[in-house]
Design a protein around this ligand. Structure first.
Ligand code: HEC
Length: 123
């Protein structure tokens, strides 16, 4: 193994342990991450690459769980649960190789992004 690989590996382990001990990222950072994963899902759906859709949807689920839905009202938590449900269905459809099903769950999922944000803006 080349020394540069060793260095990259070491840096990776270091970054991992630092992030594991750091306090949770602020909500707006997590939302930016969510947006990035949602964009990637759209991109891979357009390419018909369900393997990558599945991977991105799993990441999106992980970030969503990290963000959590505590400390807000019941309606907010309801959107949170609905969001997680659609992300999980999206992962399932992608795993089953069902492109039309994945399109459908993706559009439902983005609908929940908009619904929760509207609710937050008091509409
Ligand atoms: C259950 C409610 C809920 C859902 C679902 C939700 N969000 Fe958010 N979002 C929030 C809240 C609350 C904030 C405000 C966070 C802050 O700025 O402190 C926010 C903020 C944001 C921001 C602004 C971040 C910034 O500061 O630049 C973006 C972009 C965003 N969300 C995108 C999304 C996308 C894309 C989805 C769907 C894939 C989504 N959100 C789903 C509640 C939600």
């Amino acid at each position: 193994m080349k020394p540069s690989f060793l260095f990259i590996g070491f840096t990776g382990v270091l970054l991992f342990s630092v992030s594991a001990t750091m306090p949770q990222k602020p909500l707006n950072e997590l939302m930016k991450l969510k947006t990035a994963h949602a964009q990637e899902i759209l991109r891979y759906l357009a390419l018909g690459d369900l393997e990558m859709v599945k991977k991105e949807a799993e990441e999106l689920e992980r970030v969503t769980v990290e963000a959590g839905f505590d400390g807000k009202d019941e309606e907010y938590r309801g959107y949170g649960r609905e969001f997680l449900r659609t992300v999980r269905r999206l992962t399932l459809e992608a795993a089953n190789g069902n492109l039309a099903g994945a399109y459908y769950q993706f559009s439902r999922m983005t609908g929940v992004c908009f619904a929760c944000h509207e609710h937050m803006r008091g509409k």
